[in-house]
Write a protein that binds this ligand. Structure first.
Ligand SMILES: Nc1ncnc2c1ncn2[C@@H]1O[C@H](COP(=O)(O)OP(=O)(O)OP(=O)(O)O)[C@@H](O)[C@H]1O
Length: 621
């Protein structure tokens, strides 16, 4: 405000010697044209006085000519300037009209559709999910693996119509060629009695929908994409086929030291790998218990544990490996074991494993396989685009789908509450009163996880915490003490607890709503497992992005849950633009399109970070 008048004053002041204006060093006082002419005329007149009239007249004529020329030149310039301005203005108007015209031809919705199509095309051009060796040599398997397993005759003799009815009864959708029949009783799947007895002790008597179609499909040697709600028993559906395959191999020719594994199960987190490993161990032990079947060796291969502790497993023939990608690649590169005879690859939480973040690791792992394998992908969330991509990479795969991929488990009562940021801690205490323990509290932020645990401990609540920056011992202690019931509350970051199966969680409290709705589905899925019901309370507030709230709103509507008024009042911008309200093909969220997908943004960010890291490291591994 004070700057402008000061400048004006400086221009008005005539420069005095020694007075230096920043930009007026070459200042020449302006003399108007009329004044200059007068001065020249006066000079000429004085010559006239000196009676040199002819010279004066010539000079005057020359001057007038020059003046005329100058005036003419000035007129011409002015005309050109005016013409140019008009032309430019016309052009500007024209261009503006062009742009407006082009834009007015397409609705915002159409433009968004076009942008989405471009992104989808880019994703579709991803390399097939196969090892580099297979891609390079063009090795292509066209037929599924052969299997000696057959369903009982009475099931084989059922008509396709009868199979269809059974699938409809259990809300199972299937897709693929020559789909093996659904089998409603474990006994008919020809599973060893010792395993069935063990399952009974765990109250597992009848197969869940994903099991009754998934297990026969996998037993038949088929590649499989299995999608089913959280807590619906997917682990048994992909572990049992590997146990049976290993059993068959062992029966044919027992494995000796340096041989194996027969198959591998890949998990995206250490906790999940550990949990799956413990399940496999228990089932293999149960199998060998009655002495009729051999003992199968299982190796847990993940960061944070010493492989020395498991040398006794590596000293024998190895049947099953349960692993996280990083440590598995490390072990394979160090030739601790090989995949020369490995023929079963299963990925749990497969959408995470093969989305852009882990894709290269998975390809790397595949390059260690030397023969055809059976590939199985399982998850509760599997967006259409990932399904399509995976389908191209498997051999005549069968899709077994129970409920919409990414839909919430209907056994979970979902409550969404508006809680101001500063009121969350206090309200959390109140929420903990809703049910008896055990309760899980989720936060997206590691520091917040620690803060919540500290606050709860101060308030006398027995709480443990788990997140990615905790040591392996701390993580194991937290899980063990929570599982055993010694601790009432576990505060966890989303990543660290995905897929974990805790007994009878009564209540899940989502302290900070994750950006990706898939994460929300997995988090609330820690309760309401194996047919039991549970409650999930989620805190949202003005920090929660509107798009996330929209995803949440649609998910609640889909699950037939109560939608609170503040969520109900949020309008979908796509509806305003007159577009269709399809779910996002990348993350499955119902409240946004692909161009606003938070998962895609995250993946790109991760990729850029890993490129940066690679560059920083001089392009090394
Ligand atoms: N047929 C069954 N009947 C009853 N309970 C079962 C059955 N199969 C598995 N369960 C139990 O259900 C619980 C959940 O199983 P599991 O962990 O395999 O679920 P999931 O589908 O993998 O879930 P998530 O997607 O969250 O990982 C486990 O405690 C398991 O023992």
């Amino acid at each position: 405000m004070s700057e402008a008048p000061q400048k004006r004053r400086r221009v008005q002041r005539s420069p005095s010697p020694g007075y230096k204006l920043d930009d007026d060093d070459n200042y020449v006082p302006y003399v108007p044209v009329a004044q200059r002419r007068q001065e020249k005329l006066a000079k000429i007149t004085s010559w006239t006085a000196n009676s040199d009239r002819d010279r004066a007249r010539r000079q005057k004529e020359e001057m007038e000519e020059q003046e005329d020329a100058e005036k003419e030149e000035e007129r011409r310039r002015e005309k050109a300037r005016k013409e140019r301005t008009l032309l430019m203005e016309a052009q500007e108007v024209h261009t503006k009209k062009d742009i407006e015209g082009a834009y007015s031809k397409k609705t915002d919705y159409q433009k968004a559709e076009e942008a989405d199509a471009e992104i989808l095309a880019a994703i579709a051009s991803r390399r097939k999910l196969a090892s580099d060796l297979e891609l390079a040599t063009g090795v292509q398997y066209t037929e599924p693996l052969k299997s000696s397993w057959r369903p009982p005759r009475y099931i084989r003799e059922r008509t396709e119509e009868q199979h269809k009815k059974i699938r409809e009864k259990h809300h199972i959708l299937v897709d693929g060629e020559n789909i093996p029949p659904p089998i409603e009783h474990f006994q008919d799947m020809k599973i060893p009695g010792s395993i069935l007895d063990f399952l009974k002790t765990k109250r597992i008597t009848d197969p869940t929908p994903i099991q009754l179609q998934g297990i026969p499909t996998a037993f038949a040697g088929r590649d499989l994409i299995g999608i089913a709600f959280t807590g619906s028993g997917k682990t048994l559906a992909f572990c049992l086929p590997l146990i049976m395959m290993a059993l068959e191999e062992e029966a044919k020719l027992p494995l000796v030291r340096g041989e194996g594994p027969v198959g591998v199960i890949l998990c995206p987190s250490r906790e999940l790998a550990n949990q799956t490993y413990e399940n496999v161990l228990a089932w293999c032990e149960a199998l060998a218990k009655d002495g009729r079947y051999p003992h199968l060796n299982t190796l847990l291969c993940m960061g944070g544990i010493s492989m020395g502790e498991q040398s006794h497993v590596l000293n024998k023939g190895l049947h099953i490996v349960v692993a996280t990608p990083g440590r598995l690649i490390d072990m394979l590169e160090k030739k601790k074991f090989t995949f020369n005879n490995c023929k079963y690859l299963c990925m749990d939480e497969a959408d995470r494993m093969i989305d852009l973040g882990f894709e290269d690791d998975v390809r790397n792992i595949m390059s260690f396989f030397k023969r055809q394998r059976q590939t199985l992908l399982f998850s509760a969330t599997m967006p259409k685009k990932i399904q399509d991509f995976a389908q191209q990479s498997l051999i005549k795969p069968i899709l077994v789908n129970v409920g919409r991929a990414g839909a919430a488990n209907l056994d979970v009562l979902q409550v969404v509450e508006y809680v101001k940021q500063e009121a969350k801690m206090v309200y959390l205490l109140e929420c903990l009163q809703k049910t008896a323990p055990p309760v899980i509290v989720f936060s997206e932020n590691k520091n917040e996880v620690d803060d919540i645990q500290e606050y709860l401990l101060l308030k006398g609540v027995e709480a443990v915490a788990i997140h990615g920056s905790k040591s392996q011992e701390e993580r194991q202690y937290a899980i063990k003490s929570f599982k055993s019931g010694a601790k009432d509350v576990m505060v966890a970051s989303g990543v660290a607890s995905k897929g974990l199966d805790f007994n009878d969680i009564q209540h899940v409290i989502i302290f900070s709503m994750p950006k990706e709705i898939e994460d929300y589905v997995h988090q609330i899925g820690r309760t309401g497992r194996s047919g039991k019901t549970g409650i999930a309370t989620t805190f949202v507030n003005m920090n929660t992005p509107e798009q996330t709230l929209l995803d949440l709103k649609y998910l609640l509507m889909e699950a037939g849950q109560k939608v609170p008024p503040f969520l109900a009042s949020i309008d979908d911008p796509r509806a305003v633009q007159g577009g269709s309200l399809k779910g996002c093909p990348v993350c499955g969220g119902l409240g946004h399109g692909i161009s606003n997908c938070p998962k895609l943004e995250d993946t790109q960010r991760r990729q850029m970070a890993s490129h940066r890291a690679a560059n920083d490291a001089g392009g090394g591994f």
